[in-house]
Design a protein. Structure first.
Ligand SMILES: Cc1ncc(COP(=O)(O)O)c(C=O)c1O
Ligand SMILES: N[C@@H](CCCC[NH3+])C(=O)O
Length: 429
């Protein structure tokens, strides 16, 4: 009898990933509906139900499709959008517009008009010019627009330089200088078409400590007290942004949601008490925390290249175009050889993408068992900012997105084809 070695394959959300790779091809984004929903429910139990006057919106830049809109809507969360494209996706998905917040540090007139015409719940104003734009559009459409003003609280998050946003020297938010803020507040208060609800800050992304939230809250609550004294302005809301960190590798000191939200609530309540002002409604807007760990990417290993006394590179059939995060932020990932999940790792290989770019390395020095062409690699925690940041570099079509549900797996975004890549081209000669 031939002794065929039975290898155990890696299961994600109850699904055999090797079977998925065989059936749908690779590279393949795989998302678990259950994990997304369980994150939304944790927000409900540990934040919305636990603390009164709270709201949560999903920061859709992390991952957005019409199906994702449906999931978020059914879980009762709002949606943070940052562009006309994200807003259009939400409109087409029939997402309740009163739960949508429009962000952006350079919103166009057309984006503003789309938002106002569709009655979005909040516009987060990032520049004083936007107040004039809103007034102009709202007057023409006979609307009143509820806004928050985004400020840069002068507090940066402890994270990669490219994803810290709350520091003074930031392209985001209106600077906190008294004259600048006062000009915006007076303008908003004097407008018949604008209702200023409060302020917004977002200190940064993938944060593992709560200190920067607390420091930023201190700054914004002091501002609330001063605006009350100077202009009789009573802020009804504060939006403390997103940014909660997730598990990428064992070096990440992951905290539960309530580590962040309990301390945000306590800091706001304590400060309001100290300053003798009313506690505003508190809004959070996590993106990565909801969807990041709900996703993996499956690849097929191709060329395995051993450079004697140096390093072994194993190249996969995707890379930088479907996951630019390692190249952009030196982001680290864990991965497993899905079809050899029970084989003991006994060597290190570097996982390279297929782009014509030396920086296209997904994982340096991954511990693996013996690998060969045709093995399936599952890279974990790729649910956030992978599909949403994907490109067609080297004319590589984007992978499909497969949603794992309780009633089977469903393609929610089809794999791009070479013809898709040509579909917008016009050849003038
Ligand atoms: C304004 C705003 N809100 C929410 C988020 C979501 O961030 P994260 O995905 O880190 O939760 C971001 C991105 O960092 C943001 O800029
Ligand atoms: N794109 C970043 C997060 C940006 C957050 C939005 N301000 C990442 O992949 O980590």
């Amino acid at each position: 009898m031939v002794n065929i070695e039975q290898s155990k394959s890696y299961k994600f959300a109850g699904y055999d990933t090797v079977e998925l790779a065989k059936k749908y091809g690779t590279p393949l984004y795989v998302l678990s509906e259950e994990i997304i929903r369980s994150r939304c429910r944790e927000i409900k139990t540990d934040f919305l139900d636990k603390h009164k006057n709270t709201k949560a919106a999903y920061a859709s830049k992390a991952f957005l499709t019409m199906t994702m809109c449906k999931i978020i809507e059914s879980e009762g969360l709002g949606l943070d959008v940052v562009s006309g494209g994200e807003l259009y996706t939400a409109i087409k998905a029939g997402f309740p517009m009163d739960k949508v917040m429009l962000h952006g540090n350079n919103k166009s007139y057309d984006e503003m008009e789309m938002a106002i015409a569709n009655d979005v719940g909040r516009i987060i104003v990032d520049h004083i010019d936007e107040l004039y734009m809103i007034e102009d559009i709202a007057a023409r459409l006979s609307k009143t627009v509820k806004i928050l003003i985004r400020v840069a609280p002068g507090v940066g998050g402890n994270t990669h330089k490219y994803i810290t946003t709350g520091q003074k020297d930031s392209k985001f938010g209106i600077p906190l200088a008294k004259e600048t803020i006062d000009e915006a507040v007076i303008k908003a208060m004097n407008s018949r078409h604008i209702e200023l609800m409060g302020f917004h800050f977002h200190v940064g992304s993938n944060l593992f400590e709560n200190d920067s939230y607390i420091a930023a809250i201190d700054v914004v609550m002091n501002l609330y007290r001063r605006l009350k004294d100077d202009f009789g302005f009573i802020a009804k809301e504060i939006n403390t942004g997103g940014g909660f960190g997730i598990y990428y590798t064992k070096n990440d000191s992951v905290k539960p949601l309530k580590y962040y939200t309990d301390s945000i609530m306590k800091a706001i309540e304590d400060k309001c008490k100290e300053l003798e002002i009313d506690i505003p409604t508190v809004i959070i807007e996590p993106g990565r925390w909801i969807v990041g760990e709900a996703g993996i990417t499956l690849y097929t290993i191709g060329a395995v290249k051993e450079i004697p006394d140096t390093r072994t590179y194993a190249s996969v059939d995707g890379g930088l175009p479907d996951n630019p995060r390692p190249a952009l932020y030196s982001a680290k990932y864990e991965a497993v050889i899905a079809n050899k999940y029970d084989h003991k790792p006994d060597r290190k290989v570097t996982i390279a993408g297929k782009c014509c770019e030396s920086g296209d390395i997904l994982i340096w020095d991954l511990d693996v068992p013996q690998i060969e062409r045709g093995d399936i690699l599952a890279v974990l925690s790729t649910g956030a900012y992978n599909y949403s940041m994907a490109s067609n570099y080297n004319r590589i079509p984007r992978p499909a997105v497969l949603l794992l549900t309780k009633d089977g797996e469903k393609i929610i975004v089809e794999r791009e084809t070479y013809d898709d890549l040509l579909s917008k081209e016009r050849v003038p000669f």
